[in-house]
Design a protein. Structure first.
Length: 418
């Protein structure tokens, strides 16, 4: 479908000359909140035409028509702006602002489609985020909001309210950096608890590498060199060396100072990585780890941080089982999709369980039941889960073991909805 724009320049000048219907025009101009008045009536007609034509999935339609946003933008014009808008863009005067309005406020696919979708669905309001560039080139993050009328005439003077969130964004960035540093400190502490077992795990492939290399040397130095056997020994040596290198890479990645970055990841892959990290400790204490994973399940999260959460819960489970007197030494990890479209993780141990008193203090900073524990592992785990829009909780009874549960979004849209 093609949208035929009217003479945009004429609409632009005509829109500015319209008598703006506000009870107090001066109040509008002096309002402390940036307010843009725009004519979206042509856009409204085009969106309604799409709905009447039988389109039901607007997002899919826009994906199939990559130029549609620009075509719809051509049906739009700027009508008026208050002084706060002029100040926000560092324009000096409204005349200067409107001369460059099209360049300062180009089509933004995410923001524009958010409005189109709200119009298409008949909603009464919508909001979104975008970054503006001022006359001086400064980038200003804003949150915008508008109320949507029920008829075409109302779209001739559609009001957009903008809120400069630079300070909040900077504060959020600082908080995220602090949270990442706290998480890394907790990872270092967690690694300290399993360091001896991991070093033992590394020593095995290194020892095997040396043994294979020595064997190859003996085969080559014998009176009748056996090239085949030497080649096989060298091949084994290379394989063991690769295994040791892979272990070191995973440890370095786990302890590394990397930025938080949510991506679509395999839930099973994250569980496997966490299990790998604590497997030497589990093996040393004869704890079996069972995994029941939905192979198709994905999560939208920072995989390293979720690996940290799981490793902490798994290690707690190993220690709980080791301190219990029961014969069953089994740790179970379950990852499944809930009816509310969330990823649900469960880490269940066969330990002695916890009392109500312990449960009530479990997520408190510095509370620990371990002689050498810091009491920050579960605090950080909850912080990570909640920062991703999820929830974490525990179910435990003395004599029946303990189950930790936490949820995560399965896609970026589900994450944004939270």
């Amino acid at each position: 479908m093609n949208f035929s724009p009217s003479h945009d320049d004429e609409r632009f000048e005509e829109g500015r000359s319209l008598q703006f219907d506000l009870s107090n025009y001066q109040l509008f101009l002096s309002a402390p909140i940036p307010i843009m008045v725009e004519d979206w009536s042509g856009v409204y007609r085009a969106i309604m035409d799409l709905r009447r034509s039988g389109v039901t999935n607007l997002d899919f339609w826009f994906d199939s028509h990559p130029h549609a946003v620009a075509e719809l933008r051509a049906l739009h014009s700027f009508v008026e702006a208050n002084d706060a808008v002029v100040d926000l863009f560092e324009a000096g005067t409204r005349t200067a602002f409107f001369e460059r309005a099209k360049q300062l406020l180009p089509a933004d696919r995410t923001s524009n489609i958010a409005v189109y979708r709200a119009m298409f669905e008949g909603r009464d309001a919508c909001q979104g985020e975008r970054t503006l560039v001022t006359f001086s080139g400064k980038r200003v993050p804003i949150v915008w909001r508008c109320s949507l009328p029920r008829h075409e005439d109302g779209y001739r003077r559609l009001c957009f309210y903008g809120f400069d969130v630079t300070a909040q964004k900077e504060s959020s960035d600082r908080m995220q950096a602090m949270r990442a540093e706290m998480a890394r400190s907790a990872r270092v502490s967690l690694f300290g608890e399993v360091a001896a077992s991991i070093l033992h795990e590394i020593s095995q492939p290194l020892s095997a590498t040396r043994t294979s290399a020595d064997a190859a040397l003996r085969w080559l130095q014998s009176d009748s060199p056996n090239i085949g056997q030497a080649t096989e020994a060298i091949r084994d040596s290379a394989r063991w060396a690769r295994d040791a290198t892979e272990i070191c890479k995973k440890i370095r990645g786990f302890l590394g100072k990397v930025p938080v970055h949510s991506v679509l990841s395999s839930a099973g892959g994250v569980v496997e990585a966490a299990s790998f990290l604590i497997s030497p400790e589990a093996n040393s204490k004869a704890v079996v780890i069972d995994r029941h994973l939905d192979a198709e399940l994905s999560i939208f999260a920072d995989p390293l941080q979720i690996q940290q959460v799981l490793a902490n819960l798994l290690l707690n489970g190993v220690h709980a089982i080791d301190s219990a007197e029961g014969d069953e030494r089994r740790l179970t990890v379950v990852a499944s999709k809930t009816s509310s479209d969330e990823a649900l993780f469960e880490v269940r141990d066969s330990g002695a369980g916890m009392t109500e008193e312990t449960l009530s203090s479990l997520f408190q900073p510095f509370f620990t039941t371990k002689a050498s524990g810091m009491g920050m592992g579960l605090v950080v785990a909850r912080s990570i889960v909640e920062a991703h829009g999820g929830r974490i909780w525990v179910d435990s009874k003395p004599g029946f073991g303990t189950s930790f549960f936490f949820t995560l979004p399965i896609s970026e849209s589900h994450s944004a909805a939270r």
